[in-house]
Structure formats: C-alpha cells, structure tokens
Design a binder for this molecule. Structure first.
Ligand code: C2E
Ligand code: CA
Ligand code: CA
Length: 871
C-alpha cells in the first residue's frame, strides 16, 4: 500500500482539469465506481488548496493543455511532498496537436499514462483501473467481463494482432486494426470464417493448434497467418478462453516474433550507435552499424554546404551488393538536394515517382528509400542521412525502422552541430597563434573527450604538466623574440616525442600539457616523460650562433588511478610538477597522494559543519551583477558563508568541498536556495526592480531526482517568479555519466528558471558539453578576466568564448572584473553582464538592502532634479 493512500479497496482520486467538459467527462466516467473520494479542481491553485488539507490520494489526473507550465510544476511539487511523492499521475492531452505548446518529448515526473481530451469514459476508466493496480493489462483481459465496445481503443491500439472467435463454432467475431493492417484482410472479409482457416487449417501448425485447443482450451504455438496477397507470415499464436457478453470466446493473440526480435535488435543498435566515437571514424562506424543492423544496401551521411565550400560533403557511405556502373552520383540528383532543403523523404511503398526523378534511386533499384535532414537544436539543416534498400519492409517492422532512423538522424545531427561549433571555434581562437598547438580551451575539450572514451573502454591514460624552468628569466634577459622562439622549439620537440593519437597543448604562457593515450604500464609513461625532459635539455641554437639551454619540470597523473575527473587529473599533475621543481627542476615526478595527514582535521570540521545550519551559522551574501552598457544592477549571485563561532567567516571555497564529500551539500544547498528566493522576492517587491538571483548548484545536488521539486517548492514558498531564478552549474561535471543531470536541467527550465554555466574555461570546458547543456548563460571564469590587459592568450580565450556563446545564442557574464581595463575590454567585445570587485564585493543581506535603498534614493534625487528642471 502506498503512503497516503486511503484504503486498500476504495482509492481516492484527484482530477485537475481546466476545461469544464474534461472535468465533467472524467467525473462521470469514474463516479459510478468505488472510490472513497473523487476530488476535482479547476486549477493548480485549487488543487494546492485541496492538498493543504492532506487528504489521502492514490491517483492524480491532470491536464497538459497549452503551455502547461503550471501542470509540470505541480507534478514536480507533488514529487517534493512526502505524502504524494509516489502517487502516479495520468496526463490529459489536447487531441489537437497544434495546442501542444509544451515539450512533449519529455514526460513530466510522475506521469505514467496519457489520456486524450475529449475524454472517452471507457478509456479513462480502463486506464485509471490499470494504474490503481486493479487490472494487470489494458488489452485482452477486459474482454472477459465487459462488452468490447468500451475496450475498442485497447483492442485496436494493441501492437499485436488480435482475433476474437466463438469458442464453440470457431467462427471469427472480431479482428483488430493491427490484424487488418498486417494481413491485408478486412474485418468484414473474415468475420464468420473459422479462425483456424486464417492460420492455414490444413497446415501441420494449425492442426497442432486445434489439438491443443481441444485438449486444453488454450495454447501457445508457432503458426503461419495468411495474407490477402496469398503469402503468409510466421507468428506466434497465444489463445485464451474468455467470457464476453455471456458468450464463451477464444481470444487469439498473434505476435510477430520477428518484430519483437527486430525491435530488440534495433534498440541494441541505437545504444551502440551512440557509443560509436566522434569524428569521421565514429561516423563511418555508425553508418556501418546502421547498414548491418537494418540490412540496408545504402547508407550515406552528407554535410550541408559549409562556409567556403562549393557543395555538400560526403562524410561516410556504405554500399552493399552490386552498384551499377552507370549509377549517377547522388550529389547531382534531386533527392539529396530536397533533403538538404529540409524535406523528409519517405518512400517505402511506391517508388515510381521518386525513381523517375532521381537517377541514383532508379539505378540502384531501391524498394525503400528514406532521406532525413540532419538538424541542430534550432532546426538548421546541417546535413542529410540517406538510406536505401532493395527489399520491401514488412508492415511489422516498418514503424520501428522509421523510429530507429530518426534516432540515428538525431545522433548524426548532433555530430554535425558539434563539428560546426568546433570549426567556428577554431577560426576564432582554439589554436595557439604562436605555436599552432591547441590552446587551453581545445585541450580541455580533448581531455573531456578522452575521459569519456576511457570511461567506456576502460583505457588508462596520463596527463603531463610541463613547465619550463626559469623561462621568465630568458624572456626578460634575451627578449620576447627569443622567448617566442623557445616556445616554438619546445612545441616541436614535444610533438616529436609523442604519438599522433596523443595531444600536446599550450596551456598557458610557458606551461604545456600532454595527454598520453592507451597506457599499458606506468613505466612506459615515465619513459616518455624522461624522454621529453632529455629532448628539451638539448642545446638550442640562436640566430647569433650562441646556444641556449632550457630545462623543464614535468608532473604527471594517471587516469583512473589518481583521479577520475579532468579537473583533478590536471590539479594532481600540477602538484607533481611543483614537486619536480622542488626536486631541483629538470626532472619528472608522478603524483603521490598525500591526503592522509590532514584527514583528521577535516573530519572534525566536517562534524561541525553538520551543525552549522541548525545553529544558524550559515549566511547568504549577495554580489551584484550589472548590465555592461548601463552599469545598472540587473541581479546578483548568492554566495554562502559559514560564520564559525571560533574561526569567524569561513569562505565557501574551503567548506563547500567538505560539504560535497560528505553529501551535506544537498541540504545546505536547499537552505541557500530557500533564503536566496525569499530575499530576492522581498527586494523585488520593495524596490520594484526585476532582479534575478543566481544560485550555485553543486554536482551532487544536480544528481538528486528531487531537485526540481525542491526548486519549485522554494519558488512557491517565496512567491518568486521562476524567471527570476538562475541556477549556476559548473562545467566540471561529466554529463554522460549522469543522464539525470540533463533531465533535471530540462525540468528546471520547464519550470521557467534559467541555467548558467559557471567558471567557463577552467579545465573542463568542452564544447560538446556547452552544446549539450540546456543553458541560457555562460560565466567566463575570473582567471581569464583577471589577465585581460596582461595576457594576450587569455584575452583571445575571452574573445573566443564571447563569440562562441553568442553564436550559440547564450548570454555571457564576466566574473572577477576588478579593473577599468577589464571593463573597457569586455565592453568592446560585447560581454552582456559583469560581476566583480570593481562594482561591488559580495554583501550581507543587510548591506545589500542598504545598497538598494541608497540606489533608489540617488535615482530619486536625479529624477526629482530632472522633473524640477522641466517643470
Ligand atoms: P563562484 O561561483 O565562481 O563565485 C564567485 C566567487 O568569486 C565568489 O567567491 C566571489 O566572492 C568571488 N569574486 C567575485 N568578484 C571577484 C573579483 O572581482 N575578484 C576576485 N578575486 N574574486 C571575486 P566566494 O564567495 O568565495 O565563493 C567561492 C566559490 O564557492 C564559488 O565560486 C562557488 O563555486 C562556491 N559557492 C559559493 N556559494 C555556494 C553555494 O551556495 N552553493 C554551492 N554549491 N557553491 C557555492
Ligand atoms: Ca557561481
Ligand atoms: Ca564562477
């Protein structure tokens, strides 16, 4: 029995429907049955008022008509309430698809079933029963006691072929739509005929079915069901006796084993498609899988015409069987053009017209040809997927194959979108101008890709951090030209020391990073690192015939032994590099964990932190964010502080990691969220300003299924409108490993909140990630902003990030704006919003309030002054 439920035999139901007809129809459909209570509500607000009384509820029916944001939010809120978290929800959809504004590809949490408006009483009752566990299936069993009329929807909607025959005479009474479709025989043609005739009465299979039926009254056997065209299909027949309207009937279910098998195979295929890596090799592999898995004679993926290109580009192609010598190039035929124009071609019945127009389809003799545009998330056509086969697809597998191809097209579309973003990025600064090596952004992207692959394949790899010893001295004493030359030589030497599958990058100034893939033994890596140190140590000839000696310190860390995230791998390699420096430079050190000694201290502090919330030691500070153009306040970031009784104000940089490790971050984060929403709503009301508040979420919070429920609860409790809340997430989280994160982000955006990617550019920036995340804004990390005016590389990264973000229609916030020169640069490059000490430090809630009051007073004076002048 579920928590909150009324009574085992008399459940209670809540109906939330905005349209009177629906409410009425649902109520009438269910009223005659045994419910302990049938609550109806006109609106979500009314439903909340009802639930405030805490009645027991076993099932909710709620409509999702139009934008349905409130309904989605309601589902989330239910999930957040202990008593109702487990209550199943049936969603009611508009029959007219044009009224579906809401994203139907995602089911709101808790929704287990759908109904359509206008409500069909029989259907509603049947679905409600199934959800209440009073019935185990919606298909055959109902025929046992009720007239088929009420169950027509289930009967016709079944994926299996169903036949109902008179148990005594064996004559067919009814067949369902699936039967008609697959056999080509209409109900009118077969009604009254013996059911076994359809299974080829004289065939040994049918004889066996008859014997089994006579002996046991039911059976399960393989047989051949005839088709209208004289052929037959191999199916599995399951028959059961049932009583219908006082008559004993046989319910015969024919299930196409091949269809079941095919669907299983297709599902497996789709799973594999998504795992087939990136790049041309990945695409080639995916097309090969598609051709093999779906028995296709032709699969081709094209990229649409890109900037500076004359025609679409063939990326991968699979051809099976004979290709006639005179088959023209699809590039010159109309089908591909149509698809690249955004049209979908599905020709799997009559290909006469398509063959007439398209020479390639004609020459290949396809019986089925499908062309799907490959699009990005804004529906720009980036390419085309063409497939063809000389076989005709049977009815049983056709729908499934279309679905599978659509899924494949989504996968290829994503690949193309990623390539586009990369190409744009490359043109705007992903390569280091001096050495031609990947810069920090591109390196991070590679590292993230490597990690992802390694997680899948179990590969071991190493990250090297290489720092030139005393490079600054060279630069200062010999000049920048020499410094540049040294960096270029180092880049060449590093490249020569590694394999092509490895990555060498210029991380910053005189720091280089390397990813060494496919490590068999640690010793191999140490050997390569030693080789690097020796290579760099070779004398370097300068233009004036003098020689220069440069040395480097190298630190390294291993995946997965030392860390499992990009951030920590780099950090550890960096720590090891400093060890190498302190060992006298010009050597290699591997990372050695030294965590143990400080463990006890941390444990003590962690124990204290557990009490901080209850003891009222937590505070939320707010740092203003300003519009770049007007410099007026547009919002603020909520930053938590721990007011420790003995240690004073402790920075989150210190205790957040502790809270994350112990899982405490979840409740701490909830606390911050609730306070931030309340404070913000108060200020919005008091000062009439459309302030938006950014709240930081840690990775662990994002992995909680209840997160959207908590957020909507905090919004409801404070009265803050969802659009005024922005959740900041760091890009250091790997998404593939947490599909829930993406679901959660979608759910948060469905609520109406926005999402910002925090600390962008620090180590884990992966372009893939950026595209993947449903984000509204990007916050450029302070480490780049700080170097504006001093480090041209970091300036290039800031520029590239703004450019890239804008091309993906994301807004950009710069953090850590400390100086006028930062402001000037960011303004010139059209960064949207700024945050930093130049404008204001984080303030306590009291100080923040004072600041807003002060602002109002000053503005009032200005306005008053102006008015006075004109009057
Ligand atoms: P963050 O999200 O990147 O927050 C911005 C940090 O930069 C804040 O540090 C802020 O005080 C600081 N900052 C702002 N402007 C400047 C500037 O011009 N120069 C310099 N040098 N620093 C500036 P803070 O408050 O110490 O927070 C540190 C980190 O702790 C945050 O980084 C965030 O990752 C985490 N954090 C803070 N509050 C929360 C929270 O409620 N939940 C979670 N999960 N993490 C939080
Ligand atoms: Ca932040
Ligand atoms: Ca940040």
């Amino acid at each position: 029995m579920r928590p909150g439920s009324a009574h085992a035999c008399e459940p209670a139901l809540l109906i939330v429907a905005s349209q009177r007809e629906d409410r009425r129809a649902l109520f009438d459909a269910l009223d005659g049955h045994d419910f302990s209570a049938l609550y109806t509500a006109r609106s979500v607000d009314q439903a909340h008022a009802l639930l405030a009384e805490r009645p027991a509820i076993d099932l909710v029916v709620i409509d999702f008509i139009g934008e349905a944001r409130e309904s989605v939010a309601f589902c989330l809120q239910l999930q957040g309430m202990e008593a109702y978290a487990q209550v199943p929800i049936i969603g009611l959809l508009a029959a007219d698809s044009t009224q579906r504004a809401w994203g139907y590809s995602r089911r709101p949490p808790g929704v287990v079933e759908w109904l359509h408006s206008p409500v069909d009483a029989g259907e509603a009752w049947a679905r409600v029963r199934v959800q209440l566990g009073q019935d185990d299936a919606g298909t055959v069993a109902p025929a046992q006691e009720a007239a088929l009329g009420d169950y027509r929807f289930a009967f016709d909607g079944s994926e299996d072929e169903l036949i109902i025959s008179d148990a005594q005479s064996g004559q067919i009474l009814e067949v369902n739509a699936t039967f008609e479709q697959r056999s080509g025989l209409l109900g009118a043609q077969v009604r009254g005929r013996p059911a076994l005739a359809l299974l080829g009465s004289e065939h040994p299979d049918a004889v066996q079915v008859r014997q089994l039926l006579e002996r046991h009254g039911q059976c399960r056997a393989m047989c051949r069901r005839v088709r209208s065209d004289g052929g037959s299909d191999r199916v599995e027949a399951v028959t059961r006796l049932a009583v219908r309207g006082g008559l004993l009937v046989q319910v015969i279910t024919l299930c196409d084993r091949r269809a079941v098998e095919a669907s299983r195979r297709l599902m497996a295929l789709l799973g594999r498609l998504h795992d087939s890596g990136e790049g041309d090799a990945g695409v080639a592999e995916a097309t090969r899988m598609l051709a093999d898995g779906m028995h296709l004679d032709y699969v081709a993926m094209y990229a649409a015409v890109g900037p500076g290109e004359a025609q679409p580009r063939l990326i991968a192609q699979q051809l099976r069987g004979e290709t006639p010598a005179d088959a023209p190039d699809p590039l010159r035929e109309p089908a591909l053009r149509l698809v690249l124009d955004g049209e979908t071609i599905v020709a799997d019945g009559d290909l006469a017209e398509l063959s007439r127009n398209d020479g390639f389809v004609r020459a290949m003799g396809f019986a089925t040809f499908i062309g799907l545009p490959l699009v990005d998330d804004r529906h720009n056509v980036l390419g085309a997927l063409l497939v063809g086969t000389r076989q005709r697809w049977s009815e049983a597998v056709r729908g499934l194959r279309h679905d599978a191809l659509n899924a494949a097209a989504a996968r290829f579309g994503f690949e193309l979108a990623l390539r586009r973003a990369r190409e744009q990025g490359r043109a705007t600064g992903l390569l280091d101008a001096l050495t031609g090596l990947p810069n920090r952004l591109l390196f991070s992207d590679r590292l993230e890709t490597t990690l992802r692959e390694a997680r899948r394949t179990g590969e071991t790899f190493a990250v090297l951090f290489i720092d030139l010893d005393r490079f600054k001295a060279i630069n200062d004493s010999l000049g920048h030209a020499v410094g540049d030359k040294v960096l270029k030589v180092v880049a060449d030497r590093l490249n020569s020391a590694v394999r092509t599958s490895d990555t060498v990058a210029r991380y910053a100034g005189d720091e280089f990073t390397v990813i060494l893939r496919h490590v068999a033994q640690r010793d191999d890596v140490l050997r390569i690192a030693d080789k690097i140190v020796r290579l760099l140590d070779q004398p370097l000839a300068l233009d004036d015939a003098s020689e220069l000696r440069i040395t480097a310190s190298v630190g390294l860390s291993f995946y997965p032994d030392d860390a499992s995230t990009a951030e920590r791998l780099l950090k550890h390699a960096d720590v090891a590099m400093y060890n190498a420096k302190s060992e006298g430079r010009n050597n290699v050190q591997a990372y050695v964990s030294t965590d143990r000694d400080s463990n006890r201290q941390r444990a003590a502090l962690e124990a204290r932190l557990h009490l901080a919330e209850r003891n009222g030691e937590l505070r939320v500070f707010y740092q203003p964010q300003v519009d770049t153009a007007s410099e007026d306040i547009v919002g603020m970031e909520a930053l938590v502080r721990w007011d420790h009784p003995e240690l004073g104000m402790i920075s989150p940089g210190f205790f957040i990691p502790l809270a994350e490790e112990s899982g405490l971050i979840v409740s701490l984060g909830q606390w911050v969220l609730r306070h931030a929403c309340k404070d913000t709503q108060r200020w919005r009301q008091r000062y009439g300003l459309p302030l938006r508040v950014g709240v930081n979420l840690s990775a662990l919070q994002l992995q909680q299924r209840e997160l959207p429920g908590w957020v909507s609860e905090a919004l409801r409790e404070s009265g803050l409108e969802p659009a005024a809340l922005e959740l900041e997430i760091t890009e250091s989280m790997s998404l593939k490993s947490m599909p829930l994160v993406v679901d959660n982000l979608h759910a948060l955006r469905d609520l109406g909140c926005s999402v910002a990617i925090d600390d962008f550019g620090t180590g884990q920036a992966s372009l893939d990630y950026l595209r993947h995340l449903p984000a509204d804004r990007i916050k450029i990390d302070q480490s780049f902003v700080r170097n504006i005016g001093t480090d041209p590389d970091d300036e290039a990264i800031v520029r590239a990030t703004i450019h890239m973000a804008h091309s993906l229609h994301r807004e950009v916030v710069a953090e850590g704006v400390e100086e006028e020169s930062h402001l000037a640069f960011l303004r010139e490059h059209q960064c949207d919003v700024l945050q930093g000490f130049l404008f204001c430090r984080p303030l306590s809630a009291v100080a923040f309030n004072t600041m807003l009051a002060e602002r109002r007073r000053m503005l009032g004076e200005v306005e008053g002054g102006l008015l006075g002048a004109t009057a």
